[in-house]
Design a protein around this ligand. Structure first.
Ligand code: GDP
Length: 451
């Protein structure tokens, strides 16, 4: 997502570097390049027009900061305008004054609603809510089953219109409106504080679909109607969003399939076109591939300035706290950072799922794309194998690992001696970094991140 936009923008900014002052012609040329980059990224024309207008006005205006050179000032303006077009403030879920909060999902078939229902319920559960899912998509043959599977994986209750499957109610009529209403009743009886209603989509926008969604909306009076849109559909996203906005109405947007190599135009247009904020992003098929959408962080990511905050949050969710605390204690006690610790941290890192996805959130990651692409989790597996071929003594006193020990370790783990050398090199760097952090009283980070 956004890869080529990011590349285009950074090469545009590169051209400004070293200029002492920007002339109007410089700004015009830059604006033209940004405009082309945005259009090629499938951003809707009116959104591009507005964006360029703002950037130019501000760049020509006297908004001059002593601390920044002209090129940096343009980057700063573009960043803040990107943030603006992505919605400005992070929009959080509107909770009902009297529970349950009702969230209805709408969108085309295949947009990712059912998948999102599972992800959102898992997320809400982690936030301390007791969500329940309602399967009101009776159109797609497998949708109910799919929702049940997702609910099970997320560990949340699913109200499905099949007697005896997982509901305390009988299937009223097979009518999605009745199912939604009955689901709501069940949620009240079971004291769930959030209800997520999955609804049917069609392959294209059609009147009957809109009517059904509107009827469900009228019958359940949801606090939030989330429009789920496949970020991969490019220019079509705008027309679809408009149709749903007029036909059913929605309060927020979820961009799904942000992991794909779509050009990102949907993300950058939908708020401008519909006036409705993007609230969440779906980034994969797994239940955990889900993010709260933060316009400021996304703007940084697009400009390859990294999104360290999301990285840390993801780490916090996944990482084993007791291990982190143990590590922190070691620092406090000024104990040595050993290969045992290194291995433990590597294993934590591996747990965090796709390394690439995480590393792409690091500042400047786009510039390291090549290296990152070559990297895969199997490298961590090799590191594990190497460390596991060491004796406990070697792991705790890495300095003792001499030439003959290296040869033995290499043979034991089926790698070349040079790989053992590289690992030890990397470990020493990590050790140094940890020492520095311990001295600075900082949090133990993720040393030795391969790549
Ligand atoms: P629905 O018809 O709107 O309920 O869409 P589904 O939830 O069934 O999703 C359609 C397909 O897209 C399924 O194969 C999902 O696994 C897949 N999918 C959903 N969200 C994502 C995502 O964020 N990334 C990727 N790569 N695939 C997704």
């Amino acid at each position: 997502m956004f890869n080529s936009l990011t590349e285009r923008l950074s090469s545009t900014f590169k051209n400004l570097r070293g200029k002492g002052r920007l002339t109007e012609a410089d700004i015009d040329a830059t604006a033209r390049e940004i405009r082309r980059a945005l259009l090629d990224a499938d951003v809707a024309v009116p959104a591009v027009r507005q964006f360029i207008k703002q950037v130019k006005e501000r760049a020509l205006g006297e908004e001059v900061s002593e601390a920044l050179n002209p090129a940096q000032q343009v980057v700063k303006i573009v960043q803040s305008e990107l943030e603006e077009i992505l919605g400005g403030e992070t929009r959080t879920l509107q909770l009902a004054k009297t529970p349950p909060t009702v969230i209805m999902l709408v969108g085309l078939q295949g947009a990712g609603k059912t998948t999102l229902a599972g992800k959102l319920s898992k997320h809400l559960k982690q936030e301390g809510h007791a969500p329940m899912l309602v399967a009101a998509d009776l159109q797609r043959p497998n949708a109910v089953k799919q929702l049940q599977v997702n609910g099970e994986r997320a560990g949340v209750h699913v109200f499905a219109p099949h007697p005896g499957v997982s509901s305390e109610h009988e299937d009223p009529t097979g009518d999605p409106v009745e199912v939604a209403k009955a689901g709501l009743e069940e949620a009240k009886n079971r004291q769930h504080d959030v209800v997520i209603i999955d609804t049917a989509g069609r392959l294209g926008v059609d009147q009957e679909l809109m009517q059904q969604a509107s009827d469900i909306r009228a019958a359940t009076n949801p606090d939030e109607v989330l429009f789920v849109i496949d970020a991969m559909i490019g220019q079509d996203a705008v027309a679809t969003a408009q149709a749903f906005n007029e036909g059913v109405g929605f309060t927020g947007v979820v961009l799904s399939k942000m992991d794909g190599d779509a050009r990102g135009g949907a993300a950058l247009s939908v708020k401008y076109i519909t006036g409705k904020p993007i609230m969440y992003a779906s980034t994969g098929e797994g239940l955990g591939d889900f993010e709260v959408f933060h316009p400021d962080r996304m703007a940084s990511r697009i400009l390859d300035m990294g999104d360290v905050l999301s990285l840390i949050e993801q780490a916090e969710r996944t990482i084993d706290k007791s291990s982190a605390e143990r590590m922190a204690q070691k620092f406090a006690d000024q104990e040595d950072f050993t290969l045992e610790d290194f291995l433990e941290q590597m294993q934590q890192l591996k747990k965090m799922g796709s390394m690439k996805k995480m590393l792409m959130m690091m500042p400047g990651a786009q510039g390291m794309k090549k290296q990152l692409e070559q990297f895969d989790d199997s490298q961590v597996n090799r590191i594990e194998a190497i460390i596991q071929s060491m004796t406990p003594y070697e792991r705790n006193v890495p300095k003792a690992i001499n030439g003959s020990r290296r040869a033995r370790i290499a043979a034991g783990s089926g790698v070349h001696v040079s790989e053992v050398n590289t690992l030890l090199e990397r470990f020493r760097e990590a050790q140094k970094m940890m020492k520095k952090m311990a001295a600075g009283g900082g949090m133990p980070g993720m040393p030795g991140m391969p790549g």
